[in-house]
Design a protein around this ligand. Structure first.
Ligand SMILES: Cc1ncc(C[n+]2csc(CCOP(=O)(O)OP(=O)(O)O)c2C)c(N)n1
Ligand SMILES: [Mg+2]
Length: 379
């Protein structure tokens, strides 16, 4: 069938194209503040400045980590470049008691939780296994297995509901992050079903950055992703993922519904991955420069800066001070990464199981003997 015929046949069956960016927006790419009937939200001048500050610091930290990888100091890095607004907007909408289930790219959300950005870098440097106490930070561990965290989040959300922590204005809520590619995983669809039928207090936050490594969005879906929610029986909304104000407003609203017992919702933050999938990837192999340039014009930081300047909420001194602070934080991060001690090789056997295992003990013993065989050989 010719392309036009396919489009006509799909239209007849009521199937809409996946690529229509109709979304909630409160700040245009030119820095104009616009209203939305469903998401009225007021920010003080200080709150506007704080959001700008977070966006800049998060981008700077990310750039430092990319540089560290290029210099051989990290094994790999998954950059969030371009997705700062999606992460800062949603991260700042969270309350202290809300629980976060991230992927491997949520460095901006982690920062907004008040967590030291060094925390996940041991994983990317290969000096630890990327573990921490999720309860201490209300921030689960980075999850590399695509979509798996949506099921963990659903179980957790069902748990807090059973514990009676949901159903009032100061109830708790859960947010699960995932990408556009993850929506094709069974886990994510199972999480949608379970959350829906058990009315779990969860916000599914999909950062649609248009690619799953080299696979474009059109290989994942025939309908806009947020519309998937309808079929599972909960609301879905698409937000301009490069608009920190709109992301904040939409996420806060969805979290409030969840904490008050209204059940799950899906947010599709429509954004773009400006960098590579990870530092192991070369995006020039599968996408054209003009596409990247078009998204450059929708940059999440430029529009806030334009707005702050035009409204005289911030001046050149403020912007310079934020840049300087971001630089200082990044330099400090670099110094601490370089100082991370190399672990003893047999440490890999620690923390595999909470209480160990005889098989693991045997493997450790064999490995230690093998390592000892090099002693004195100059290797
Ligand atoms: C279950 C599983 N299958 C495959 C992979 C390999 N993989 C790593 S990232 C990725 C793409 C994920 O794309 P998306 O969900 O859009 O998230 P993004 O990386 O764009 O943030 C894949 C397929 C994996 N980690 N886990
Ligand atoms: Mg993606």
């Amino acid at each position: 069938m010719a392309k036009g015929d396919v489009a006509r046949a799909r239209a007849k069956r009521g199937i809409r194209s996946a690529a229509e960016p109709e979304f909630v927006q409160l700040l245009t790419p030119e820095g104009e503040r616009v209203d939305h009937p469903s998401y009225a939200v007021d920010f003080t001048d200080q709150e506007y400045r704080d959001l700008y500050h977070d966006l800049v610091v998060v981008r700077r930290l990310d750039a430092e980590a990319t540089a560290l990888q290029r210099q051989g100091e990290l094994g790999i890095w998954a950059s969030l470049l371009g997705q700062e607004a999606a992460q800062v907007g949603s991260g700042r909408a969270l309350r202290t008691n809300d629980m976060v289930f991230p992927t491997y790219r949520e460095h901006g959300v982690l920062y907004c939780r008040g967590i030291d950005p060094i925390m996940p870098l041991g994983l990317f440097r290969g000096v630890d296994q990327g573990g921490w106490d999720p309860n201490e930070f209300k921030f689960s561990m980075y999850t590399i297995v695509i979509g798996a965290q949506t099921l963990h989040a659903t179980g957790y959300a069902m748990g807090i509901a059973k514990d009676g922590k949901v159903g009032t204005a100061d109830g708790e809520a859960v947010i699960a992050y995932f990408g556009d590619g993850a929506t094709s995983q069974g886990d994510v669809n199972e999480a949608f079903v379970w959350s829906s039928v058990f009315n779990a207090p969860i916000v599914f936050f999909c950062q649609n950055n248009q690619y799953a490594i080299s696979e474009p969005l059109e290989r994942q879906t025939r309908v806009p992703l947020y519309q998937r929610a309808n079929g599972f029986g909960f609301p879905g909304v698409r937000v301009d993922g490069n608009d920190v104000l709109a992301v904040y407003a939409v996420t806060r609203d969805a979290l409030d519904d969840a904490r008050q017992g209204q059940g799950p919702s899906l947010i599709e933050a429509y954004t773009y991955r400006m960098g590579a999938h990870t530092t192991s990837d070369d995006p020039t192999r599968y996408r054209i420069a003009s596409e990247v340039e078009a998204w450059q014009a929708k940059d999440p930081i430029t529009r806030v800066r334009a707005f702050l300047s035009k409204q005289r909420i911030a001046d050149a001194d403020f912007f310079a001070a934020v840049d300087e602070e971001a630089r200082t934080v990044a330099v400090h991060l670099r110094e601490r990464v370089l100082d991370m001690p190399d672990p003893h090789p047999s440490k890999i056997f620690d923390n595999v199981y909470a209480e160990g295992s005889p098989l693991l003990d045997e493997q450790r013993e064999g490995f230690e003997k093998y390592m000892a065989s090099f002693e004195g050989s100059g290797h």
